[in-house]
Design a protein around this ligand. Sequence first.
Ligand code: GP9
Ligand code: MN
Length: 635
Amino acid sequence: MKAIKAMKLMKEKKIFHFLFNLLFNNLDIILFFILIYIKLYEYSKSISPDYLYVMVKLPIIGCILVLIGVSLILKEKSRISFLYIADIVISCILITDVMYYRYFKDITTLASVKNAKLLAGVSDSVTSLFRFKDLFYILDIIAFIPFKKNYKRIKQNYLPLSKRLLTFAVVFAIGIGLNAQTLYTVSKEQPTLLSSMSNRIYLTKMIGNIDFHVVDAYNFVSTNIKNAKKLPQDKQDEIKKYLQNNTENSGQVKLQGKYSGKNLIVIQVEALQQFVINKQVNGQEITPNLNRWIKKSMYFDNYFYQVAGGTTSDAEFMSNNSLYPAQSGAAYYTYSGNTYNSLANALKSKNYYTAALHGNSEGFWNRNVMYKAEGFDDFYGQHSFNINEEIGLGLSDKSFLNQSIEKIKNFKQPYYSFLVTLTSHYPYDAVSKYGDFDTGEYEGTFMGNYLKAIHYTDAQLGTFLDNLEKEGIMQNSVIALYGDHFAIPKDKINELYKFENVSNANDYNWFTYQKVPLIMHFPDNYNSNVVNHSYTGQMDLYPTLANLMGIKNQYMFGKDMLNSTNQNVVFRNGSFIDGKNLYVSWTNTYYDLATGKVVNETEELKKEKNKANEELEYSDDLLNHNLLKNFLNGN
Ligand code: GP9
Ligand code: MN
């Protein structure tokens, strides 16, 4: 009996010993896991305090397991040093990100670090962005110095290499598996999000801080490798020649410099599509104010948006540079370190004051970096406005436009002000409680919400334009107002077809609904109440304005809408319009623009197709190799 008891006790002792040894021998790993998990999870909470993203737990655990896996290959004395250094690196990244978020409501990227010189103002205020509570991220690093020393001293190396390799393989594979699962889920939910990184905060909430930086580094390095090779000189010359010919063919004779020295105000309106213009719902005009201003302005009713993965930012990019959007992702992100002969840069050299205004966080779409590259003297973002009324994504258009006019009034003349509105943003449901616009049978539907949202924004734009007139600003300014991109995404297109009574849901019909209004108002009321029906797009805004404002820029892919006779509009996916035909690239089909009938490919059309692709390639080459830097230096 006694002997059995003693044996049992021994067994228990053995188990206890085993467990104790297991715990003690892996104390560094256990502590690393717990501490890093807490830090990463706390960071996730800090960027989305109102919503706990359960999904983020998986990639956080995955990342930690990958690191632990790697550490397991090492002998145990080196292992603790490896984990300690990993802790320091992660903590530094987190502290940087926490402070960056505090200012930009965004997450640091390699591009923003590379362009740190463009983030003037922020570096000065690093100390002011630091909070006492941030010490939370680094306290353990200091506290663990003695622990690390003693632990290293006591610890012996027990495991042979084969066992170390085995544990590495298992833990590492589990970690990679968890990360892969997360990235797959994200790419299923939003196919372009990982490459475009358009909404970085949302992405970080889904995949966690470490995965975000890994994806960012991958995107950054792969574009840099792609672009590292110098483009042969003859190819550079070919592109330069092509662009110079393009400008010559564009005309730029009529009205040249007609408004030199005048102020320029460009207003980009969120999700303003053309089909709502001069249209009624439930017996009421949807955009009464824009309709009223169209009568007093020049209106382009065949103006297409040409955006790609960078949506709003692509619209800004094209309108300010007349360069095509990036092949994948967003030019505002990928090419933020390039040299540009943009509208603002060109006007700056004519002694203009240049300012961009937008009521959202400065980091959204990398605007804080890109606006500097595009030559804006100042960017009035969220921090420059009194956020006294928020709808949907941020400051309401009403408050934004009212505060903007007060700023504009005090700008040094001549100036270029570029405004980007926000409220009428997808999914449009935030606006429905503002105003009493009754959409009748569309009440409560996606379409009804969009009509309400755009009706709201129309009212604010009406007030803004009326005020510009009242204040006497309009009489001394060229004004251009346009929509940035589609409002009704493809998966909701049937709601639009129902609203428009379209029965044939084919590609031709879809394309005819991808127009956005462009309204131009001139100080002398030139061409007021004139509707220009030529086929045009966002790539053409800058060349047109350049001619009117007396800017010389030979490096634009678009055309001057008031001089050019060509009606080419090329879309990022290779589809195009030539004034008579529409080519849909994804089915390789041509349509007669006027009738919608399918047309057979002719030699002529084939040439046009190749030319459209060549033009897109030229634009990519120009951006990938930062050719404007050479061109502008006379090379
Ligand atoms: C936010 C904004 C929205 O600042 O411009 O961009 P979008 O989602 O429309 O591309
Ligand atoms: Mn937009």
